[in-house]
Design a protein around this ligand. Structure first.
Ligand code: ADP
Ligand code: MG
Length: 326
């Protein structure tokens, strides 16, 4: 069985890009630039964020993807990341697949692994990634920039990851006749999210505020509105759904698309006179963007149907510490 340092050398050591000191010293060195450094960290805990039997390649991908998604939401360009790993045991095949999934995504985004920490942990695997990106401070897409009159937009389609999670958890009252087919159609969204980095970059100077949808559209848009001191009207019928979701009854569709987490799409606001530039940004990034509502003066989020009627029983987003959330 390999020791700690052998494990790091074999699975997580690669030459650092020019201008950086990477794995192997007490600290990594990243050279300063004129831009601001965007920093974000995410923790993934077995049994809470992923199932114990998850494909390790997918876990490696997702551990980095959720961090890249935070950079995307700020309009930042990824530069480097560090990886904290707590492992109950050393399983070389598992680690090699995990590292493979992570490095494939890292390479696709030019984001280098420059350090980390590895330890024996408790019963399950814990993964912590801290990511660094670059963005001119004045160009960063903050949550606080939405203004009344702005459009509300979302990228991609929502709800697949949440439906996949409900299927994997075997939720009994889910009205899905062919669960295997539904899982086959949605699992990729849950396990292999595609962070919208190119869209975030293209939205610099176009979007007024942005957030990535990690805990549910309503909750995450609520954060933008609270930070911006505004309210909004959101048309639930305009929220883009995948074909797998379209087969569900309306209440379930809303539960998955408006309340479901793990989507890693971008929700953003932009002035109405920027509509053509939003469309260009989306086309350049190769991801659809859909207008789903409008920012209003005041506070709070009004969710309506296409006829303008308020919708009842809206789903709450995900909160690890809310009573009743397991
Ligand atoms: P220290 O004890 O000085 O914190 P470590 O012995 O924990 O350093 O780690 C040795 C080197 O390996 C360091 O450069 C560290 O950043 C790197 N490292 C440790 N774990 C990982 C990992 N999971 N991924 C990438 N690099 C790692
Ligand atoms: Mg250490």
């Amino acid at each position: 069985m390999p020791g700690e340092f052998d494990l790091i050398r074999r699975h997580f050591t690669r030459p650092a890009p020019a201008g950086m000191l990477g794995v192997g010293d007490d600290c990594a060195l990243l050279m300063p630039t004129a831009e601001a450094t965007a920093v974000s960290t995410d923790l993934l805990v077995e049994g809470r964020h992923f199932f114990a039997d998850v494909d390790p390649r997918a876990l490696g991908h997702k551990s980095l993807a959720v961090n890249l998604s935070d950079l995307a939401a700020m309009g930042a360009r990824p530069t480097a990341f560090v990886l904290g790993l707590a492992l109950p045991r050393v399983d070389d095949a598992w680690l090699s697949a995990f590292a493979g999934g992570m490095f494939a995504l890292a390479d696709a985004h030019g984001c280098a692994l420059v350090g980390g920490d590895t330890t024996r942990g408790g019963a399950g695997v814990t993964v912590s990634v801290t990511i660094f990106g670059a963005v001119p401070a004045e160009a960063a897409l903050r949550r606080s920039g939405a203004r009344p009159g702005d459009d509300v937009w979302v990228s991609g389609a929502l709800g697949d990851a949440d439906l996949a999670l409900r299927l994997l958890a075997g939720e009994p009252d889910l009205p899905v006749a062919d669960r295997a087919a539904a899982l086959a159609a949605t699992r990729r969204a849950l396990e292999w999210p595609e962070p919208r980095v190119a869209l975030g970059l293209a939205l610099r100077g176009v979007a007024s505020a942005a957030i990535d949808v990690s805990d549910g559209l309503l909750q995450d848009l609520g954060h933008v509105l609270a930070a911006s001191g505004c309210g909004a009207r959101l048309c639930a019928d305009d929220v883009p759904l995948s074909p797998a979701l379209a087969a569900l009854p309306p209440a379930w569709r809303r539960r998955c698309a408006l309340g479901g987490g793990d989507a890693y799409e971008l929700c953003f606001t932009a002035a109405p006179d920027a509509r053509a530039r939003v469309a260009e940004a989306a086309a350049r990034a190769g991801v659809p963007a859909t207008r789903i509502g409008a920012v209003e003066p005041g506070a709070g989020l009004r969710v309506v149907d296409r006829g303008g009627a308020a919708l009842p029983d809206l789903p709450a987003g995900f909160d690890h510490f809310r009573p009743g959330t397991t």
